[in-house]
Design a protein around this ligand. Structure first.
Ligand SMILES: O=C(O)c1cc(=O)[nH]c(=O)n1[C@@H]1O[C@H](COP(=O)(O)O)[C@@H](O)[C@H]1O
Length: 271
């Protein structure tokens, strides 16, 4: 998917919501465990109930890998369902990959070619030759971890190297890599106060912003400092949406939570 197609969808739906499909069998309604593929049954119900309210879905691969071949099959079915039924929706494989060049190429093939996701999250720690193999794929997006939502972000990312915080080096250096037009960045919603500085370095790039909902990030704060003329934000909520209810009405409850965020986003876009 091109960035222009993503922007068009945001404008049409008046939403920049990304729903995280982080499926934990202990947290889903127990009646689904009778299904042949409970993970896919859960995802399908959530997608069917929420696709008009969001512009992106983000399965975190850990939640599928944890269940072995069964989990991976559910991931395959989920992305195939999304690509077939809702090809306009932006898909993110949250896999946080990155390795020496030839290995990164194989990771990129796994997520962009085999599974046909639009994007994948990648860690910048191993540098240019570990990220450029992902950037080589046309109309696919590499979402680089810049300033993450967790406490551990202060261990390295905000530490100064040559008088500048490490996350700023990540932003400035990666901008110069080949095919950097295919880069987006992760900035945690819990780090909204850093967004003004971040926008000075990357004024236009799309940001994936997780941490609204369960982690306590604030949507208004994120938009105040991070929004661009084209919105430039994909705000993710996983647990805050998909686990709204453990009863038969779980998909409806998820849609209500998604709608509350979408309405807030529509109001922000109208200002
Ligand atoms: O790359 C991510 O999506 C990510 C980066 C980050 O800094 N913080 C973060 O929470 N995430 C992911 O975003 C999702 C957040 O889930 P909830 O806290 O349940 O909304 C999880 O899949 C996390 O792995």
């Amino acid at each position: 998917m091109t960035t222009d197609q993503l922007i068009l969808q945001i404008k049409q739906k008046k939403s920049f919501l990304c729903i995280g499909l982080d499926v934990d069998l202990d947290k889903i309604p127990q009646h689904l465990l009778k299904e042949e593929d409970p993970i896919f049954a859960f995802n399908k119900a959530i997608i069917d109930a929420t696709h008009h309210l969001c512009v992106a879905y983000k399965p975190n691969t850990a939640f599928y890998e944890a269940y072995g071949i069964r989990g991976w099959k559910a991931l395959e079915k989920t992305i195939a369902y999304l690509n077939e039924k809702h090809p306009e929706i932006f898909t993110i494989a949250d896999a946080k990959r990155g390795d020496i060049g030839n290995t990164s190429t194989m990771y990129a093939k796994a997520f962009f070619e085999d599974l046909a996701f639009d994007s994948v999250t990648v860690a910048p720690y191993m540098g240019k030759d570990s990220v450029e193999p992902f950037l080589a794929f046309k109309n696919k997006h590499t979402i680089l971890l810049a300033l993450t939502s967790n406490k551990g972000a202060f261990d390295f990312q905000t530490q100064e190297v040559d008088g500048k915080e490490l996350y700023k080096h990540v932003l400035e250096t990666s901008k110069r890599w080949k095919n950097s037009q295919n880069l987006m960045y992760v900035v945690g919603a819990t780090k909204a106060e850093y967004l003004a500085e971040i926008r000075k370095i990357i004024p236009e790039a799309f940001l994936l912003v997780p941490g609204v909902g369960a982690q306590g990030g604030n949507l208004q704060e994120v938009c105040k400092y991070g929004r661009t003329a084209n919105i430039g934000l994909l705000i993710n909520s996983s647990r805050g949406i998909i686990y709204a209810s453990k009863n038969e009405d779980f998909a409806k409850a998820a849609a209500l939570n998604a709608e509350a965020l979408q309405k807030e986003m529509a109001a922000i876009m109208s200002r």
